[in-house]
Ligand binder design. Structure first.
Ligand code: ADP
Length: 182
């Protein structure tokens, strides 16, 4: 399954798969603010990337990373060049600043990717697992922030969303279609 949308000559694409399999310059981790490692995406990245990633984030970011922001490290044994550790919000009721925090987590990742010369970046569905953000609401923010970023910047060339279930894929596809159909 895959689907794409071209904005300003650059592509937003959706794939069903595992974030750690992606052959891109940067993969995004759904991290926690202590950068402590966890389940889900975080566990998969550290398992496949090896211990050097955590060693580097401990050294460079001893205070962790605030919610709504992101930090960058090398990618250990993964084929990507970088891992960008993004901290999305925990879903509460939707009126506790979650949308702005989720948007800024995506925005920070894209800015770090550009600064580091990345031409391609792969995101998981940040906050939609353990952090319980409703997937439809998260998809609208993730896709909307990405499309706006590409309208304003000439890189990255590819922003890929890697969805772990057919359900999440379909929900992101609906969000993508809603910005592509006038
Ligand atoms: P968060 O704590 O930000 O909610 P999670 O890692 O718990 O992060 O989940 C984020 C999303 O990533 C969920 O939709 C989950 O199903 C999905 N996911 C889990 N493992 C992977 C993986 N290896 N590749 C891509 N997506 C994954």
């Amino acid at each position: 399954m895959s689907e794409r949308y071209v904005v300003n000559g650059q592509t937003i694409e959706l794939v069903l798969g595992d974030i750690t399999d992606q052959d891109v310059d940067a993969i995004v981790n759904a991290a926690n603010s202590h950068l402590a490692g966890g389940a889900g995406v975080d566990g998969a990245i550290h398992r496949r990337g090896g211990p050097s990633i955590m060693a580097e984030t401990r050294r460079k970011y001893p205070d962790g990373c605030p919610t709504g922001s992101a930090v960058i490290s090398t990618a250990g044994e993964l084929s990507a060049r970088f891992v960008i550790h993004a901290v999305g919000p925990i879903w509460n009721d939707g009126n506790s600043g979650e949308p702005a925090l989720l948007a800024s987590a995506h925005q920070c990742c894209l800015e770090l990717a550009v600064k580091s010369g990345c031409r391609s970046i792969a995101f998981p569905a940040i906050s939609t697992g353990v952090y319980r953000y409703p997937v439809d609401k998260a998809a609208a923010i993730a896709i909307g922030t990405s499309a706006q970023f590409l309208r304003e910047h000439s890189t990255p060339n590819i922003i890929r969303f890697v969805l772990f279930s057919p359900n999440a894929y379909e929900t992101f596809a609906t969000a993508l279609r809603s910005i592509t159909t006038p």
